[in-house]
Write a protein that binds this ligand. Structure first.
Ligand SMILES: C[S@@+](CC[C@H](N)C(=O)[O-])C[C@H]1O[C@@H](n2cnc3c(N)ncnc32)[C@H](O)[C@@H]1O
Length: 261
């Protein structure tokens, strides 16, 4: 997507609101269950965003462990610093997924959740992940396939048009269903793939509501859709919600991988 992940402070706060939703918290829990970090482990959070991910993994590894959160966005890191301040086992630094500021074979585990789909070069990020993992170490890489979106609308044609246009918001909108060969080519063994479905039936501070706002903003800035069409689309959804008819389902795919010993 390039520019849509270059957050300013207000955009970072807007994105932070998505990560407060129960759906996002449940996804983090699922990712942690898959990675199963142990007290004392060293874990890397690639694209740590506003810091929920490193903070919660920090609780899991405890004071003897270490979590290193890396993000390329300074406004995101600022939020992460606030959130992780009470946790001395969490360190945060600016860096890029395809040039991690981390020593070779230095981490027991890693997570990269909803990050790789936004990178131009997924292969180099996988190769970096492989480089920093200890032999036998595990990682969870989680990405969406936007084709998995089932979003009820009173105007299905308009919905299809909007979602089609929104596919351009990131370089790899189908990555979730295409990751396994990329991970294997990067030297990682794929152990398990778990779907994480987010289903919302209202727009009251849900993942769907935040994604709707994100798409409206995206459309306002990108000619392919235009603000008028995007507003008509969002008005459809709000009207539908007023009648209790919201249905939103979106699946992200979480790959548990390990670096062969
Ligand atoms: C959608 S958020 C996910 C946040 C976090 N992983 C979570 O699930 O709570 C994606 C994050 O990846 C970061 N990001 C995007 N491209 C990156 C890159 N090339 N290197 C490091 N971070 C990146 C963004 O700044 C953003 O904070």
């Amino acid at each position: 997507m390039g520019d849509t992940l270059d957050y300013d402070e207000a955009e970072a706060r807007q994105e932070e609101a998505i990560y407060r939703t129960p759906a996002a918290a449940a996804r983090r829990e699922r990712v942690r269950d898959l990675l199963a970090p142990e007290p004392g482990d060293t874990v890397l959070s690639v694209g740590c965003g506003p810091g929920f991910e490193p903070a919660e993994i920090g609780w899991a590894v405890g004071n003897e462990g270490h979590v290193h959160g890396i993000d390329r966005s300074e406004p995101m890191l600022e939020l992460a610093r606030e959130r992780c301040a009470p946790l001395p086992q969490v360190t945060l630094s600016q860096g890029d997924a395809d040039g991690l500021p981390v020593a070779d074979e230095s981490v027991d585990g890693a997570v990269a959740v909803q990050v790789f789909e936004y990178l131009e070069t997924v292969a180099s990020a996988v190769s970096e992940l492989n480089r920093v993992l200890q032999p036998g170490g595990s990682a969870v890489v989680c990405d969406a396939d936007f084709a998995s979106l089932v979003w009820r609308s009173p105007d299905p044609e308009r919905m299809a048009h909007v979602l089609d246009a929104f596919d351009d918001h990131c370089p790899h909108p189908r990555l979730g269903s295409r990751l396994a060969p990329v991970l294997r080519e990067g030297g990682l063994a794929v152990n398990q793939v778990e779907p994480n479905a987010i289903v919302n039936t209202s727009l009251d501070d849900t993942f769907a509501a935040h994604l709707m706002a994100f798409i409206e903003d995206y459309a306002a800035e990108h000619e392919v859709l235009g603000p008028t069409a995007a507003q008509a689309w969002a008005d459809d959804l709000r009207e539908q919600a007023a009648h209790g008819e919201t249905f939103f389902s979106f699946t992200q795919y979480c790959y548990l991988v390990h670096k062969p010993a």
